[in-house]
Design a protein around this ligand. Sequence first.
Ligand code: KG4
Ligand code: ZN
Length: 341
Amino acid sequence: MLGIETSCDETGVALLRWEPGAPGHGLLSHTLYSQIKLHAEYGGVVPELASRDHVRKLLPLVREAMAQAGLTPADLGGVAYTAGPGLVGALLVGASAARAMAWALGVPAIGVHHMEGHLLAPLLEDNPPEPPFVALLVSGGHSMLVEVKAIGEYKILGDTLDDAAGEAFDKTAKLMGLPYPGGPALAKLAQQGRPGVFRFSRPMTDRPGLDFSFSGLKTQVLLAWQQSDQSEQTRADVARGFEEAIVDTMIIKCRRALQASGAKRLVIAGGVGANQHLRAELAAAGAKDGFQVYFPRLAFCTDNGAMIALAGAIRLAHGQHQDETVQVYPRWDLETLPPAM
Ligand code: KG4
Ligand code: ZN
């Protein structure tokens, strides 16, 4: 399975052989090109520039992934691509290329839901989680708690009411003067910050429910930063306080979601899942409360082609694929997916 990801600002390509138990099963190669430098001078992703750069990078990356795996196009059994949600122009680049390759090779094309890709990514690791589990999906566009009863059977337990977790990281970083994309930079800075110097609220944890809201937190950080001496140590202390508030909030909600669903396994995925503090604290919470925590490797937390190849391979194994049209879904509700059975 060839997997193609072009929903936002990363062009990701991977080759996967998905035959559990068979020899050679697993990831064969993956390549990635990040457009961060392209968008940095604008302080955020410029959709039209993103589309054009996917056009430039996609086919060279496909060739590179093929060469790494020692495969030729004739070896392909299917082509999976991100069909949504995401930026429409960027999605269309991946969908058109994937659909054209599949048509030329006479193999099926599989349109994958980007968030299903994220939440299945831990299945690429050793000791993969078995459904049922709860997934915390935290990326630049989403903060969701999803009950996974089976692959394809998703119930959204909690969603973001305003800023997604990654967006909160990025915006907070920006207002403290860190360059785009601020999330990873803010997290790095937080490591030098002293715990407890700044304490921000844990939004929406004082009432029942599993939804998230992070936009007020951003305003609290802005006020604290503006009223401070704005020294380097203070910047790190504020970053630390912000990260602790986000991580604490997520842990509280994950515990509630596990309780509500009765699941004993928790999967973390999406770009913010690369956050080391979040990973450590969730692992500790799991050890204390008796639930198992699963993360993808760091490279597969953020956008990549491997998770798309995986979701596509699982769906194709159940006979699901697209007809010969190029269709993308910039907005796409995860709960509307068919079960993979
Ligand atoms: O999943 P992803 O690559 O793209 C989307 O589908 O949105 O997630 C990107 C998001 C960005 O907002 C980025 O700032 C955030 O993930 N992110 C992090 C870290 N690494 C990436 N946030 C906090 N800590 C990190 N280490
Ligand atoms: Zn993503």
